[in-house]
Design a protein around this ligand. Structure first.
Ligand SMILES: Cc1ncc(COP(=O)(O)O)c(C=O)c1O
Length: 403
């Protein structure tokens, strides 16, 4: 007779590089789930913007006419047709056409960030970024054991004096920035700030990663030039179609100096090897068919209306002592509460009251920002925005009165 001994499975000794990485992104996405919850948490596009009818037509045509390409593996830098369509788009939007070897297709921006991190950042290398900034980027650079340093922001974007000081004391190898309708603050960097920042990066030999996730989600047609169009010799621009097309195909581009893109392609060979072919062919046909700009117009009208509704509700329901910005695009409004209010605790109480938002602390590389919070207006139905903000206003007021 054999005896069966049961043992508790041993927890493996996880890699050191995992220690600095939080799972706060997953917790944030979990906050947006739950029936009956009014969610201002995740920065997700509204499914109403997904171009279902056009996709149905294009998918049928691809399966009928081009299955050998659409359903096959693709070259690591992307299918030639989509690379060409992206180059055309950049010429149209940024006024500058990249050379063939300066552009690759990525599986979305988080892919571009981690490819550049792996290509460029050794353990201990300083990576500068706005504080607060996109949490996925903080985690990606910590995941390669980069030393992440936050640089403060004001209403014109990154504080260049503080960045210059960092360049003198702990020179960064890389600067990660979201210049347009930033996540989480909604701030857009002014043109003057862009030019000063790029001068500093040239002077100190800093590579810039420009994340343009919200650039095309602007409520007005005017926008400052992209960092890449000003300084293509030091900037890698990472773009995503997650918010403009739909995120169910993970796609985007990285455009930058050819030697950097070449190394990112090598890094991609060791990760997912290529972005999915079906999505690439769909997106190419979508762009070639002229569908992107009309979709963007519809999406931006929807997000602008939601943003205005939320701003009006904030005026009505929030107590004195709370401040927020008025974004010109993107998905987010950023709130600053009195210093004594802990928004992590407030988020738990808000969830019990049936409303979700993201506390600001995780967006700060140095763990500050406890009195800040992010509200996403992108996914909340028009009809629930006022109710959700009213509930938040009541919670904030009672937290302030309890101080
Ligand atoms: C600033 C920023 N960059 C990148 C991403 C992720 O983009 P993707 O879906 O292409 O990985 C997000 C998503 O929230 C974001 O806010």
């Amino acid at each position: 007779m054999s005896t069966v001994t049961t043992t508790t499975p041993a927890v493996p000794r996880f890699a050191r590089r995992m220690q600095g990485v939080s799972n706060e992104l997953a917790s944030i996405l979990a906050l947006s789930a739950g029936s009956g919850l009014i969610s201002f948490a995740g920065g997700l596009p509204d499914p109403r913007t997904f171009p279902v009818a056009v996709l149905e037509e294009l998918s049928g045509a691809l399966l009928r006419d081009d299955p050998a390409v659409a359903l096959q593996y693709t070259p690591t830098p992307g299918l030639p047709g989509l690379r060409e369509a992206f180059r055309d788009r950049l010429e149209q939007t940024d006024g500058h056409r990249p050379a063939w070897e300066e552009l690759m297709v990525t599986s979305g921006t988080i892919d571009a960030i981690s490819l550049l991190a792996r290509a460029l950042v050794d353990p201990g290398d300083v990576v500068a970024m706005e504080s607060p900034t996109y949490l996925g980027a903080i985690d990606a650079f910590r995941g390669v054991e980069g030393e992440v340093r936050g640089v403060p922001l004001d209403e014109e974007g990154i504080d260049v004096a503080a960045f210059e000081q960092l360049c003198r004391t702990a020179p960064p190898k890389l600067l990660y920035t979201v210049p347009d309708h930033q996540n989480p603050t909604g701030i857009t960097m002014s043109e003057e700030r862009r030019r000063r920042l790029l001068d500093l990066c040239r002077e100190h030999g800093v590579v810039v990663l420009e994340d343009v996730a919200y650039r095309e989600l602007s409520f007005t047609p005017r926008r400052p030039p992209s960092l890449w169009s000003i300084a293509p010799e030091v900037v890698v621009q990472a773009a995503t179609t997650s918010k403009t097309f739909f995120p169910g195909v993970r796609l985007g581009w990285a455009v930058g100096p050819a030697p950097v893109i070449e190394q990112m392609v090598v890094a991609k060979q060791n990760s997912d090897q290529c972005a999915g072919g079906f999505g690439q062919r769909l997106l190419e046909e979508y762009l070639r068919g002229g569908h992107m700009d009309p979709q963007l117009q519809r999406s931006n009208a929807l997000y602008k209306r939601r943003c205005e509704l939320m701003l009006a509700s904030l005026e009505t329901h929030l107590p004195d002592g709370v401040t927020w910005n008025r974004p010109g695009g993107g998905f987010f409004i950023w709130l600053t509460l009195p210093d004594s209010i802990d928004t992590v605790a407030l988020a738990r109480r808000a969830r019990d009251a049936g409303v979700a938002f993201v506390p600001g602390r995780p967006f700060h590389p140095d763990g500050t920002g406890l009195n800040t919070m992010r509200l996403a207006f992108s996914l909340a139905d028009d009809g629930v925005i006022d109710e959700g903000v009213e509930r938040l206003g009541a919670l904030i007021r009672s937290a302030m009165e309890a101080q």
